[in-house]
Write a protein that binds this ligand. Structure first.
Ligand code: F6P
Length: 575
């Protein structure tokens, strides 16, 4: 089911890339006055309340974008038609079209690692052709997808048996960061989808991410090794947390099942490092590969997510998720700027962060099934765009990388929304669905439970935008001494995304939309959204501490390389 099905199943070639104008370097954009021109819009927008902006119905209508069955309403943003036209102009000058075309054409746009960024190829139909160095990668992708379908079908049907001859009904996924968050998000989101829930009858899926031994306890709680399959997910197969957790769970399996031979039947891996999975003792037939052009935070569409999710829900449902992602790729590639959802959201987020000076963005799904969506988006966006230098190494002259946070509504309303209404200005994304996964209608209630939820989805953006004035409070008879406390300044920007229902297809569309939103922001800032050097320093220092603790536990160790406060704390810990 794709709602962008009228687009041809064709991918941009490098010839198409040449059709788009070259990106103008950020410094040149700045010098040409493009950014200062946009910044010039800020005083006007700061001094015009959303109450006034929203009186212009033609403006509001132009900001109501419908694409298939997905709706984006951004009239509650602090922009007018002039601002938007300057933002679209910025996208053009920053070369978003050309950069996008390069990504889809398999060019090595992750320049600091010399890699292509081809995660859209993971969700391309079998018939598509996407070349990397002249080789079509789609057949390779489908070879692994077919292998995962075959393996998960065997496990689900009970044809694949464990070491003691029992069917494997439970799965523990060991992985962290991009090798965990996306999988858990989709698993949680489908848990209550009726079709997926029926397909998962009698099966369990658990996750082990944190190196904290408490997480081992939680992941294995109540599981029987005889019926448990362990999926080790690690692109590099070197990540410290994953490796220690993998060894811990392997030791548990061997202890419970009484022989090291159980590994062949109970442990499989998803990785690009086949030499390392072999050294760990995993049969190479049980390793599902992917490629260096799949970034960790974009990897749920690869073996990283597809294997575990197929074991739980069956490959057919996971394929609907892939098709949803592909439909969004088609939209992103083909829709004109003014109807292009990822482009518009990326532009608005840059406007709010770099021009209006709002450092955070709240992502607020009105759907409990999206309980792990925001943690995944946090990694996707903050690991991608938490950067300080441009592609050429010079500092980005504007604020980059917003703090993404959030919780499903209505829970968040009883928590941090207070700050959003009367404290700081935090631009927000409201995400809702027209139909519930699990509708409930109680006799005697005015509305269904889903309508009750969605009443809040519709009300909150207006409350944030319009606020409540002292005059209105006085007219309501509020006592004078409470007027200041009860006043809502309003003028808080948000956008609303409305989708049909939270199922595998729409989850695919939603996630691909957020992936492309992240890429658009990175292209506008001219940063490399596809590396993550910022996670390295902490890892190196942890290695030094690990070496010290290992020595200290054996007797004595030299702590001279640590800062005095760190020495003091380490001594207290070891006491
Ligand atoms: O530390 C960050 C990170 O490198 C992520 O980008 C990645 O998704 C995660 O660690 C896990 O890496 P791997 O899949 O290699 O274990």
């Amino acid at each position: 089911m794709t709602f962008f099905g009228w687009f041809p199943q064709r991918w941009k070639s490098s010839v198409d890339v040449c059709l788009f104008p070259e990106p103008v370097p950020l410094a040149q954009q700045m010098a040409s006055g493009l950014w200062s021109d946009l910044k010039g819009q800020v005083p006007k927008m700061k001094s015009t309340h959303l109450r006034s902006l929203m009186q212009d119905q033609a403006r509001n209508d132009s900001m109501f974008v419908q694409s298939g069955q997905m709706v984006l309403d951004y009239c509650r943003q602090k922009v007018d038609s002039e601002t938007m036209s300057k933002l679209f102009d910025l996208a053009e000058k920053a070369g978003v079209e050309q950069r996008k075309a390069k990504m889809f054409a398999g060019e090595r746009i992750n320049q600091t690692e010399g890699r292509a960024v081809l995660h859209p190829a993971l969700r391309a139909p079998r018939s598509a052709s996407i070349a990397l160095d002249g080789q079509n990668v789609v057949p390779e992708v489908w070879k692994v997808l077919d292998a995962m379908k075959g393996f998960s079908d065997k496990v689900r049907s009970g044809e694949w048996k464990g070491f003691t001859g029992k069917a494997l009904t439970d799965v523990v996924c060991i992985g962290i960061g991009g090798s965990y968050l996306g999988v858990e998000f989709v698993y949680e989101a489908l848990k209550t989808d009726p079709e997926a829930a029926a397909a998962a009858q009698g099966r369990k899926l658990r996750f082990l991410a944190n190196v904290d031994p408490i997480d081992v306890q939680r992941a294995l709680e109540g599981l029987n090794a005889e019926t448990t399959l362990v999926v080790i997910i690690s692109k590099t197969f070197t990540t410290a947390e994953t490796m220690l957790n993998a060894k811990t769970v392997k030791a548990w399996l061997v202890k419970e099942l009484g022989s090291a031979d159980c590994v062949a039947k109970h442990v499989v891996a998803c990785s690009t490092a086949l030499d390392k999975t072999q050294a760990f003792g995993i049969d190479s037939n049980n390793v599902f590969g992917f490629w260096d052009w799949v970034g960790g935070r974009f990897s749920v569409w690869s073996a990283v997510g597809v294997l575990a999710l197929s074991l739980q829900y069956g490959f057919g449902i996971v394929n609907q998720f892939l098709e949803g992602g592909h439909a969004m790729d088609q939209h992103f590639q083909k829709a004109p700027a003014k109807e292009n959802l990822p482009l518009i959201i990326g532009l608005l987020d840059v406007w709010n962060c770099s021009m209006m000076g709002h450092e955070g963005v709240a992502i607020l799904p009105y759907c409990q099934a999206l309980v792990r969506f925001v943690p995944h988006i946090q990694q996707l966006d903050m690991e991608s765009n938490g950067k300080r230098v441009q592609m050429d190494g010079s500092e980005v002259p504007v604020g980059t990388g917003a703090i993404n946070f959030g919780e499903p509504g209505t829970n968040g309303q009883h928590s941090f929304y207070q700050l959003m209404h009367q404290g700081r200005v935090i631009p927000s994304h409201f995400i809702g669905f027209a139909a519930s996964q699990n509708p409930v209608e109680l006799p005697g209630e005015a509305v269904s439970n889903h309508d009750e939820l969605m009443s809040n989805f519709f009300a909150q953006p207006d409350a944030l935008a319009l606020g409540k004035t002292a005059e209105e409070l006085k007219a309501d008879g509020i006592p004078e001494k409470l007027i200041a406390h009860k006043t809502f300044p309003g003028d808080r920007p948000s956008l609303s995304l409305l989708l049909p229902v939270c199922n595998a297809h729409w989850l695919g569309q939603l996630l691909a939309l957020y992936e492309h939103r992240t890429a658009v922001q990175g292209w506008l800032w001219d940063i490399n959204s596809f590396d993550q050097w910022g996670v390295e320093l902490g890892k190196v220092l942890a290695k030094e501490v690990r070496g010290y603790l290992s020595q200290a536990r054996k007797g004595s160790a030299d702590d001279s390389k640590f800062l005095t406060p760190t020495k003091k704390l380490l001594a207290k810990y070891l006491e």
